[in-house]
Write a new protein. Structure first.
Length: 365
């Protein structure tokens, strides 16, 4: 009855109402003991003192808008990757940069292709842009099926996302795989190589992003300060590619979205690259230890090249996540119900807590 009196209300686009939810890693309850938080692929280390110091200075200037074009940071990144500033675009996290790429290059009637399962933001961002996500299943080894992806290209395909290492499963793409794929994809299709976990990669044959930019005029790299650079909470990421491809992305960036503290902390982090690489090396050593322990225990773990491991426990996923989460303190991981559990590599004691709790888990019959 009441409905008859309600006015017509603004309606969002149907694509927005149908969006899958982005599920962030669990954070733990405020009133419980601090959890072992292995749910969001973050760095386990507190920010570097040199980064905290510049942030304290930057905090005193936040009554001013930041440099909208992030000029100094863009120039610094360009120097770091051996390109021109016109070939770099900075955004509020690489997820925002990807959203801008999709806004610039796709719309209704277009297809955005990626492997699945991969980073859960991909289908959401594709739909927000109005495009249709095309998800190509991973192989049995949890790797991109590049043959199937090349075969799935249609006249509507505008952007293809490649995730190396793939979140949440771990394997990288080799240079030979990328070369064969780029040769089989029309040059009108934009290929985005998401290298969010680059600093943790130890696979010798991994595709070399910057070198590949010289070879492929339709390739763009996506990178972030959130993982090995430890700035997840500040939100800075970037894309690198040919200037003509980057300019439309820059036009889509929300004005002033990268804060002054974020810009200055990212520069300080690039200045402290050696220290941060040392930290990443410690995570890699822990990853090796955890993977070896899991395999020694008879568990099947795909090649882990990021700061996380993947346990494809299928229909036991919710049970395993629940068992880990009910430890004291809780061990928080990222479950993908029906598929598996992604566990971030943390500090050694955190990884021990995960392994110890896992050892007490019995898979339900
Ligand atoms: C593959 C991949 N790309 C991009 C991102 C986004 O990172 P950010 O927006 O923090 O830069 C993530 C974060 O988890 C990721 O896993």
């Amino acid at each position: 009855m009441l409905d008859a009196h309600l006015p017509d209300l603004p309606a969002a686009r149907p694509a927005i109402a149908a969006l899958p939810a982005y599920v962030p890693g669990a954070r733990g309850a405020a009133d419980a003991a601090p959890p072992v938080k292995l749910s969001s692929n973050e760095s386990p280390d507190a920010p570097l003192p040199s980064v905290v110091e510049v942030l304290e200075g930057a905090a005193r200037g936040i009554n001013r808008y930041p440099d909208m074009g992030a000029t100094d940071l863009t120039a610094r990144i360009a120097r770091e990757v051996g390109r021109e500033a016109s070939e770099v675009v900075v955004g509020a996290g690489s997820v925002a940069v990807l959203a801008h790429i999709l806004q610039a290059y796709t719309g209704p009637g277009d297809e955005v292709m990626f492997a699945w399962r991969s980073f859960e933001a991909y289908p959401i961002l594709a739909r927000i842009a109005g495009a249709e996500p095309v998800m190509v299943p991973l192989t049995a080894e949890a790797r991109h099926d590049l043959g199937a992806m090349a075969a799935a290209v249609t006249s509507h395909t505008r952007v293809i996302m490649l995730c190396s290492p793939n979140n949440p499963t771990g394997p990288t793409l080799s240079q030979a795989e990328l070369d064969a794929f780029m040769a089989s994809v029309p040059s009108r299709v934009l290929v985005v190589l998401d290298e969010a976990y680059l600093e943790y990669v130890r696979a010798e044959d991994v595709a070399d992003g910057p070198a590949s930019l010289d070879r492929y005029p339709n390739l763009v790299l996506l990178r972030t300060f959130s993982k090995a650079y430890g700035l997840a909470g500040l939100r800075v990421g970037y894309a690198v590619g040919p200037a003509a491809l980057i300019a439309p992305v820059r036009a889509c960036v929300t004005p002033f979205s990268v804060s002054g503290p974020a810009q200055i902390a990212a520069i300080a982090s690039l200045d402290a690259r050696d220290e941060l690489e040392e930290r990443a090396a410690r995570v890699v050593a822990e990853r090796t230890r955890v993977v070896e322990a899991l395999r020694a225990d008879g568990r099947d773990v795909p090649d882990a090249q990021g700061n996380f491991v993947w346990l494809a426990v299928g229909d036991a996923t919710a049970d395993l996540a629940g068992h880990l989460g009910s430890a004291d303190p809780a061990v928080l991981v990222r479950p993908f119900v029906g598929e598996g559990v992604r566990v971030t590599i943390g500090a050694p004691a955190e990884n021990d807590a995960f392994l110890a709790r896992l050892a007490t888990w019995e898979r339900p019959a």
